[in-house]
Write a protein that binds this ligand. Structure first.
Ligand code: BEZ
Ligand code: FE
Length: 280
């Protein structure tokens, strides 16, 4: 029987139109999306002017997207949605290293480095020794783990944000562990930085009075045969922005001591063991 559209039966009217042979997963996802979207409009009694504004906001967000910028991902990040999807898809046992948001500043052409190398190429910032082990849940070393790291420079910008002033590959590196699973390299102590706020996301954060800084962090992506990929950060303990990260990426386990050291080569030392879970 046809269900004509009405406010009361809006969900049934829309979902009832799906063909019987629609892919079951697509059917489940779309039916739930329609249900919750309609419930949202009914809950807030959305006005026409508000919906028109939302369409304009989403259109402007799309227009800001290009090869070099993804305002929709930033929107997802600042709505906590990226972290929610990441959490659902990366549930791990106690003791394993937790995931956090990937972010928009990873590049594929990462410089391959030797263990112990300096990744900072602009001569700025306070040198920091990053050191640790890649291991399994029992503490056994993982050989051949590929560790991809990236951070902002001392001014709070990634190389891709300043292509005219920073060398490409600045504060980035790709390392492979040996039989002992150990890694170490020298970067800088990463300062906090604002997420890009000159677009629609910045407008939203300003309207909501929300902070737009991320606490200082070093990104790590670790891949090893037979183990689940880890995408994470080490956060600088004591950073004033830890409890108001614009993209909700902070997890207690990932807040690490950056110790001041008395050394000729480095001013800071940060130890971070990465514990991987076997793939099922
Ligand atoms: C980042 O950590 O690089 C990042 C993550 C999400 C949004 C913006 C930046
Ligand atoms: Fe970052």
């Amino acid at each position: 029987m046809t269900t004509y559209f009405s406010e009361e039966h809006s969900v049934e009217a829309v979902n009832g139109r799906m063909a019987p042979d629609t892919d079951p997963r697509l059917k489940q996802v779309m039916a739930s999306l329609v249900k919750h979207l309609h419930a949202f409009a009914k809950d807030v009694e959305l006005t026409q002017a508000e919906w028109d504004y939302a369409i304009e906001f989403l259109t402007d967000t799309g227009h800001l997207c290009s090869e070099d910028r993804q305002e929709f991902i930033l929107l997802s990040d600042t709505l906590g949605f990226s972290m929610l999807v990441d959490s659902i898809n990366n549930r791990r046992p106690e003791g394993a290293t937790e995931n956090t948001v990937f972010g928009p500043f990873h590049i594929d052409d990462v410089p391959v480095r030797q263990m112990g190398d300096v990744i900072s190429m602009d001569g700025k910032g306070e040198p920091c020794l990053y050191i640790g082990n890649v291991q399994d849940l029992e503490g056994n070393p993982i050989e051949g783990a590929v560790i991809d790291v990236w951070s902002d420079n001392a001014d709070g910008f990634y190389d891709v944000q300043e292509p005219d002033t920073q060398p490409r590959g600045n504060n980035r590196g790709l390392f492979t562990t040996g039989a002992d699973g150990a890694y170490h390299f020298i970067g800088v102590k990463p300062p906090p930085y604002p997420i890009p706020f000159d677009g629609t996301v910045g407008k939203m954060l300003a309207a909501l009075g929300r902070p737009y800084y991320r606490p200082g962090h070093m990104h790590f992506m670790v891949i090893a045969d037979g183990y689940e990929k880890i995408v994470t950060h080490s956060f600088v303990a004591g950073d004033p922005h830890l409890e108001r990260d614009a993209v909700f990426g902070v997890k207690e386990q990932l807040i690490l001591d950056f110790e001041k050291v008395d050394d000729d080569e480095v001013e800071w030392r940060s130890e971070f063991d990465i514990v991987m879970v076997p793939t099922p």
